[in-house]
Design a protein. Structure first.
Length: 35
């Protein structure tokens, strides 16, 4: 059960980080765009 819980937590953290990085990169791209 501990291994499953650990995998679940790591998956949630990874997905959350990916979403945050995606929005941050998108925001910076729009912000740096001169047009």
């Amino acid at each position: 059960m501990t291994i499953i819980l650990t995998i679940a937590i790591l998956s949630i953290i990874g997905t959350t980080s990916a979403v945050i990085l995606f929005f941050v990169a998108k925001k910076f791209y729009v912000y740096e765009d001169p047009r």
